[in-house]
Design a protein around this ligand. Structure first.
Ligand SMILES: [Ca+2]
Length: 220
């Protein structure tokens, strides 16, 4: 499976950000750079995506996403969904690293303080690891490298994750930094992410980002 649309599939235009325009059969086509396989989350940039893949949902009683990650970072936010910054004690879902170990924290409304749940999986070893999270109402399951590692059930109450409809990768979105600091999540993730799927929709990190910047390719 390819992470980028094949060269001949799209016409040149805004979609051709990570490729080169070529002329073929009197048509201009976007020849995507085949080496653009995984995105680099660096120290400065933040990248946002719609939390339903190709649309946003501000309230959901289900989560379903997966990605692969490769990093040497020992700490930092990999995946974050949260409410608007104006809302104190708002809902959030965070997947992050603490001392190289993958953690999950979730608040649907009754877990306002950060309750970091360890998956007991050390992934900061510069190898690719797959992470999958599925949630049905208050019950969350996390699978790492094909093995289910934790099941988390949130405190009784709300079954909906109320967010601004976006997913942030890397934990450095300006509007989210204060929210994250309140949770004690101040470390920034640096690493590579690929094969992002949200609700079974494959995300192209280079063309589907809603951020100003396009991510850089990860050289792996
Ligand atoms: Ca809620």
């Amino acid at each position: 499976m390819s992470d980028v649309r094949l060269a001949e599939e799209i016409k040149c235009g805004e979609d051709c950000q990570s490729g080169t325009c070529v002329e073929k059969n009197q048509q201009k086509l976007c020849r995507a750079d085949r080496t653009y396989k995984s995105m680099h989350v660096d120290e400065d940039s933040d990248f946002g995506y719609l939390n339903r893949g190709f649309s946003s949902g501000q309230q959901s009683n289900k989560s379903d996403f997966s990605f692969e990650v490769r990093t040497l970072s020992r700490a930092g936010i990999i995946w974050y969904e949260g409410s608007w910054k104006e809302k104190r004690d708002g809902d959030f879902l965070a997947v992050f690293l603490v001392e190289g170990v993958l953690h999950l924290a979730i608040n649907l409304g009754n877990d306002g303080q950060l309750k970091a749940v360890s998956t007991n999986r050390t992934i900061s070893d510069d190898r690719w690891h797959s992470v999958q999270l599925t949630r049905k109402e208050r019950r969350v399951e996390v699978t790492v490298d094909g093995k289910r590692v934790i099941t988390v059930v949130t405190s009784p109450g709300s079954t909906f994750l109320d967010t601004n409809g976006l997913v942030y990768l890397g934990g450095r979105n300006a509007a989210k930094v204060r929210q994250l600091a309140r949770l004690g999540l101040t470390q920034k993730f640096v690493g590579c992410i690929r094969n992002i799927e949200i609700h079974s929709k494959r995300i192209n990190p280079f063309t589907d980002t809603i951020s100003d910047k396009t991510p850089q390719n990860c050289i792996h």
